[in-house]
Design a protein around this ligand. Structure first.
Ligand SMILES: [Zn+2]
Length: 109
């Protein structure tokens, strides 16, 4: 937790002009919609993936982050959306807690 707080404070100076990579998926509600065809057998819920900045690409179980553009797939039991996103794309500005224009359900109501 300490490390994350440190990054949040120092993150202000980073150039964020190229983010998010996929601006039209900034809205959590839009991301959640892509999971309407998400395989029901997948061990991770679409709701959790959308919350972690990910949206469904419509192929197998492949998702992409609206911010860093990183792709994830091959979800296994025990995986979490935030956990895998953090593990594979630790420098993602959304993961680091920067303001990248994410619109949560709360913000949009
Ligand atoms: Zn990301």
């Amino acid at each position: 937790a300490e490390d994350m707080e440190y990054r949040l404070r120092t993150g202000e100076v980073v150039d964020q002009s190229t983010y998010p990579m996929v601006p039209h998926m900034r809205r959590e509600a839009a991301r959640l919609q892509t999971f309407s065809s998400w395989p029901p057998t997948a061990p991770v819920r679409g709701q959790d993936l959308a919350q972690a900045g990910l949206y469904y690409l419509g192929v197998q179980d492949q998702v992409q982050c609206f911010c860093c553009g990183g792709r994830l797939g091959g979800w296994e039991t025990g995986d979490t959306a935030w956990g895998e996103h953090t593990k594979h794309f630790p420098h993602c500005f959304f993961i680091l807690g920067h303001d990248v224009g994410n619109i949560t359900f709360q913000a949009s109501t």
